[in-house]
Design a protein around this ligand. Structure first.
Ligand SMILES: Nc1ncnc2c1ncn2[C@@H]1O[C@H](COP(=O)(O)OP(=O)(O)OP(=O)(O)O)[C@@H](O)[C@H]1O
Ligand SMILES: [Mg+2]
Length: 310
């Protein structure tokens, strides 16, 4: 079972619009409500790959219950810590004439110290049944900045791999705590090094030093350029085939899901990497976030390339 942690969940509302004209009244052509937050994208993709998931984090109020109803599918068990405040919503207005989107992200209500304590108690209770833990995204106000470090330490103590995908100071703090897996993108690796991203060559050295420093799987995702992976088996470069993406939001989350499934199934690393590359590219071919067509995934799996560099 993959245990996912989404502390800052949201109801994601996708508005499909014929076109967007600010300062006017516009009618929405189609509305799609989904359970959002990066950990929930990981949950959805891992479940679509056939792996059981337990989804944890905070949900609150009527919106929280609605969010859990949106998550509901046989392979995903909701084990959220319930809080009094309503779960937030995020709106993505998609202009069908240009293919461009404008996002409105609500800040969300703060959680209390008692809520945080209850989450950790729930987490500790669920942890022993997990094969791997995937922690993604931002945190609501009220959660300590180093909460992910706390999660990494709890996982280490229990002997369960912790995967972290986040940004900013949480990423910097988490990297110091040496999780099992870390997946920055190009912006995030710059946050880790304090230097602008200057290409795969230099990034490879950064990944190797993260790996040598105690992070078993250090991955850099580079959008359409694919990804780099430093691990005990070597330094690998993965490339997707050229595709015409529809929506690349959540590609990183899909990549994390692919790795989580590979780790849970104890697959060889190259097979795991191939799965992560294929499922993240397949996500780019779906207009929905954290979604893919199994036929795209199967086709892409034979088209991605994985090469050992060192
Ligand atoms: N246009 C694309 N074509 C093929 N594969 C893609 C494309 N965009 C992303 N991917 C795949 O998805 C992986 C993750 O993408 P990216 O580096 O954009 O992650 P990210 O910035 O963390 O995304 P997010 O945080 O929105 O989920 C890439 O390494 C690549 O394998
Ligand atoms: Mg990301």
């Amino acid at each position: 079972m993959i245990l996912t942690v989404t502390l800052n969940a949201s109801i994601d509302k996708l508005y499909l619009m014929e076109s967007i004209h600010p300062d006017t009244v516009m009618r929405v052509k189609e509305v799609h409500n989904t359970a959002g937050g990066k950990g929930l994208n990981v949950s959805k993709v891992a479940a679509l790959l056939g792996e059981p998931v337990t989804a944890m984090g905070f949900t609150g109020g009527f919106n929280g219950r609605y969010l859990e109803s949106l998550v509901a599918q046989p392979l995903v068990r909701c084990a959220f810590t319930h809080v009094a405040e309503e779960t937030r919503s995020c709106i993505n207005c998609w202009d069908l004439s240009t293919g461009k989107s404008t996002e409105y992200l609500e800040p969300g209500e703060p959680v209390s110290p008692a809520d945080v304590d209850r989450f950790f108690a729930d987490f500790d209770a669920a942890l022993p049944s997990a094969d791997v833990v995937a922690v993604s995204g931002s945190i609501p106000k009220g959660v300590p900045e180093d909460a992910y470090c706390d999660i990494i330490r709890r996982c280490r103590k229990a002997g369960i791999p912790a995967m972290i995908d986040t940004s900013g100071s949480r990423l910097v703090l988490a990297a110091r705590e040496k999780p099992f897996f870390l997946k920055p993108n190009e912006d995030e690796i710059a946050q880790l090094t304090g230097r602008a991203f200057s290409g795969a060559e230099e990034a490879a050295d950064v990944l190797l030093s993260l790996h040598e420093g105690g992070i078993p799987y250090a991955v850099l995702s580079m959008g359409a350029e694919g990804a780099l992976l430093a691990c005990d088996e070597g330094l690998f470069r993965g490339r997707p085939p050229k595709i015409t993406p529809k929506n690349t939001v959540g590609c990183g989350d899909s990549m994390v899901a692919g790795f989580a499934v590979g780790f849970a199934r104890r697959l060889p690393v190259e097979e795991t990497f191939r799965m992560a590359l294929a499922v993240s590219a397949a996500n780019a071919l779906s207009i929905f976030t954290g979604d893919f067509d199994p036929a795209d995934y199967e086709r892409l799996r034979s088209l991605v390339s994985v090469e050992r560099l060192r």
